[in-house]
Design a protein around this ligand. Structure first.
Ligand code: GRF
Length: 191
């Protein structure tokens, strides 16, 4: 069975990326991260790639179409089979969605359809969860379509919200589940 070529798009710290890299190197996923792309030069996710000798590309176009065109070029150049959005804060261009239909996944730090969509990312998600007072939150991995957090759900896992939770404590616990869930989905998709 050929090893799947994975491309990862990041905008921040890249802890989800790190979980994928570690799992592929341990052989837990029949895949290899061949490129990491970011819209932010200072995204630590790019450094995580460099440390492991994985190609890392900062794409810097103010024009959205030129930006997405370059991202697609890089994915095709590296013969990527599967695209992962891991803490990626840009809208994915239509051409990329069309080229990689049902081959792009995203990790979101809530139980979609709650606390998702425009403006719900990173700490804002957990703040909304705490402000609403829900007792259960979690993480969702879903396929990416042209909407925001609207693609077909693949896997979810619940996380209990504790009475004394802060945004930071909740984010930390959800992030651990995100890492586990993302690796589980990639193991399934790369079989
Ligand atoms: C996490 O909250 C993740 O759910 C969201 O982006 C945040 C940062 O993730 N997708 P990472 O540490 O950059 O992987």
């Amino acid at each position: 069975m050929s090893v799947k070529r994975i491309g990862v798009l990041v905008s921040g710290g890249g802890t989800n990326l790190q979980a994928i890299i570690d799992a592929t190197l341990k052989g837990d996923i029949n895949g290899e991260v061949v490129i990491v792309i970011s819209n932010r030069k200072d995204a630590y996710g790019l450094e995580r790639a460099r440390i492991k000798g994985i190609r890392s590309e900062f794409v810097d176009y103010s024009d959205v179409d030129a930006y997405n065109k370059r991202v697609l070029e890089l994915l095709i150049e590296e013969k990527v089979d599967l695209v992962v959005l891991a803490g990626y804060l840009k809208v994915v261009g239509k051409d990329i969605i069309g080229t990689y239909e049902d081959r792009i996944i995203n990790i979101h730090p809530s139980l979609i359809p709650s606390f998702c969509g425009k403006g719900y990312y990173g700490e804002r998600v957990h703040k909304a969860v705490l402000d609403k007072g829900v007792k259960v939150t979690g993480a969702t991995v879903h396929f990416v379509d042209e909407g925001t957090d609207t693609g077909k759900i693949i896997l979810q896992e619940a996380v209990e919200v504790l009475d004394d939770d802060t945004i930071e404590s909740l984010q930390k616990r959800v992030l651990e589940i995100e890492h586990k869930l993302l690796v589980k989905v990639l193991r399934m998709l790369c079989k």
